[in-house]
Unconditional design. Structure first.
Lengths: 257, 206
C-alpha cells in the first residue's frame, strides 16, 4: 500500500538514471468511471497497451530477471555492506544535483519557466548550503520541496510525439520508443557525459574520471532499484504485466505534472 | 405553456432539497473521509512501526487494514467483469486470498524502524459518495518522498479505501491488468489457483 509498486520500476529506471518512458498518449483515464456508483466500482477498464513486441519483451524480462538475481543483486548486497546508508543517500543526492542541467533544459524545452527557475534555485541551494549537493536542503524550503523532475522523454511527449511500442531494454528494464530516444537526449545533457563530447576541457577531468563517476552513480542506485524490483515481483501475480502497467501508468502520471 | 418549465424547476428544487437534507444528515452522522483516513493511516502506521519486528506483522496489521480497506470492493474491481461469472463461494475465496496477498504485500513494504511522515492534501470529490485524498509520504531515512493517493467510497459502515495510487500507479488497475488474462484463460478456478500458489510460495521466491 504505502510506498509501492512503482517505486520499483521508478527505480529500475533509475538504473538508467533518468526515467525513460511512458505511455502518455494512451494516458490512462480515471480507472473508475466518474459516474459509477459504489455498486458499480467493479468496472475498471483495462488500459489499452501498445505492446506488439510482447514475446520479445517477455524474453527480455526473464533475461533481466536472471541478470538481477545472479549479478546485480549480489553487487547491490556487497555495496550495501561497504557503503553505509547515509553515504548512499548523500551520493544519490549528489548525482541528482549534478543532473540539474537535464531537468533545467527539459523544463525550458517544455516551456515550463517557473519550473526551470525552481530547478535553478534548488541547484543553487543544494550546491552551497547542501555542500556540493550531498544534502537536499531544498526539501525543507517551501516551493522547492516537490518539483517534478523533467526529462527528454517527457519533453518529446509534451511536443506531441507518440510513445510508440512498449519495450523491455536489456539491463535497464521497461521503456518505450519515445523514452529510449529521450534517454539518449538526457545522456547528452548530463554533465557526466560532457567530457566525452568535448564540452568540458579540464586538466583534472579525463574519461576515466567521467566513467568512474557514472559507474558510481549506477552502482549507488542499485540497492534501491533491486529493492523496488523485488517488491514488485513479490506482490505480482504476473510480474511482466505488473511492471508494464506500473511503468506506463507512472510515466503517464509524470507527464501530467 | 408555463407548466413545463415550472415543473422542471419544481423538480430540480426538490432534488436540491433532497440532496441538501442528505448532505446535512450525513455531515451530522458520519465522519468525513479525511478524518477517517487519518485515523486509519495513524492506526496502521503505529502497528507497523511498533518495533515488534516484521515476522508477525501480517497478523498484527490485518485487523486494522480490514477495518479501513474495502477488500471485497478492491477484489471485485481487480477482477473486472469476469467477477460476475464467479460463484458466490469462489468470490468469497478469491476475496479472502486477495485480501491476504494485500496484507502480506503491505507488510513487506514496512522497512526500517523510523515511522514515515504523512502530509495530507485537500480531498477531491469524484462523485457524491466517492473522493480521493492526495498524500505525500516522507521518510526519515532521506529516501525520496512518495506521492500516495487514497480513493475512498462511502459504504453503510462509513468511508472505506477502495484503491491506492502510488506515484500515479493504481493498485486496483495494476492487478486488473494482471488478472485479465488469467480470468480469460481459466476463470475463477485459475484465479484461486494462482493466488493460492502465490501465498504458499516462500517469501523469497514469491
Amino acid at each position: 500500500m504505502k510506498y509501492s509498486i512503482f517505486c520499483i520500476f521508478a527505480f529500475v529506471l533509475c538504473l538508467s538514471s533518468c526515467a525513460v518512458s511512458g505511455n502518455r498518449s494512451a494516458a490512462k483515464s480515471d480507472p473508475v468511471a466518474p459516474a459509477a456508483a459504489a455498486g458499480n466500482l467493479a468496472e475498471v477498464p483495462v488500459q489499452k497497451v501498445n505492446d506488439p513486441l510482447e514475446r520479445f519483451n517477455r524474453t527480455m524480462f526473464r533475461f533481466n530477471d536472471g541478470l538481477y538475481t545472479h549479478v546485480l543483486r549480489p553487487v547491490a548486497h556487497g555495496y550495501v555492506l561497504i557503503v553505509p546508508r547515509p553515504a548512499r543517500t548523500g551520493l544519490s543526492n549528489f548525482f541528482d544535483n549534478l543532473q540539474f542541467p537535464v531537468r533545467f533544459i527539459n523544463s525550458v524545452l517544455q516551456g515550463k519557466i517557473t519550473r526551470s527557475a525552481q530547478e535553478t534555485w534548488k541547484f543553487i541551494f543544494n550546491s552551497t548550503a547542501g555542500i556540493g549537493g550531498l544534502f537536499r536542503v531544498s526539501d525543507h524550503l517551501q516551493g522547492l520541496a516537490d518539483v517534478p523532475a523533467e526529462d527528454f522523454g517527457l519533453t518529446l511527449g509534451v511536443w506531441g510525439i507518440a510513445a510508440g511500442p512498449y519495450i523491455v531494454v536489456p539491463v535497464l528494464g521497461p521503456s518505450d520508443c519515445r523514452d529510449l530516444v529521450g534517454y539518449a537526449g538526457d545522456y547528452a545533457m548530463s554533465p557526466l557525459s560532457w567530457y566525452a563530447f568535448g564540452i568540458i576541457h579540464h586538466e583534472f577531468i579525463s574519461n576515466a574520471v567521467s566513467i568512474a563517476l557514472s559507474g558510481t552513480r549506477y552502482v549507488n542506485a542499485l540497492p534501491k532499484a533491486m529493492e523496488d524490483y523485488d517488491q514488485l515481483k513479490l506482490a505480482a501475480v504476473d510480474p511482466y504485466i505488473a511492471m508494464r502497467d506500473a511503468y506506463l501508468s507512472y510515466r503517464a502520471a509524470q507527464m501530467k505534472k | 405553456m408555463h407548466i413545463i418549465p415550472f415543473r422542471s424547476v419544481l423538480k430540480s428544487s426538490l432534488v436540491l432539497m433532497t440532496l441538501y437534507v442528505v448532505y446535512v444528515s450525513d455531515a451530522a452522522s458520519a465522519e468525513d473521509p479525511a478524518t477517517t483516513l487519518r485515523g486509519s493511516v495513524d492506526e496502521v502506521l503505529s502497528i507497523a512501526y511498533s518495533g515488534h519486528g516484521t515476522e508477525t506483522l501480517p497478523e498484527r496489521v490485518r485487523p486494522a487494514l480490514a477495518k479501513c480497506v474495502a477488500f471485497d470492493l478492491v477484489t471485485r474491481q481487480a477482477m473486472g467483469p469476469g467477477w460476475r461469472q464467479f460463484s458466490a463461494s469462489d468470490q468469497k475465496r478469491a476475496t479472502d486470498l486477495f485480501g491476504e496477498l494485500l496484507v502480506r504485500t503491505y507488510s513487506t513494504r514496512v522497512v526500517g524502524t523510523q515511522r514515515p511522515k504523512v502530509a495530507y492534501g485537500t480531498p477531491v470529490t469524484l462523485a457524491p459518495d466517492r473522493c480521493e485524498i492526495p498524500t505525500r509520504v516522507t521518510f526519515p531515512s532521506g529516501n525520496e518522498p512518495v506521492a500516495v493517493v487514497y480513493r475512498m467510497t462511502r459504504l453503510p459502515a462509513g468511508w472505506r479505501i477502495y484503491d491506492v495510487l502510488i506515484e500515479g500507479v493504481s493498485f486496483v488497475a495494476n492487478y486488473r491488468a494482471q488478472f485479465e488474462e488469467i480470468i480469460q484463460k481459466g476463470g475463477a478456478a485459475a484465479v484461486i489457483r494462482t493466488l493460492e500458489a502465490k501465498l504458499a510460495a516462500p517469501p523469497a521466491s514469491r
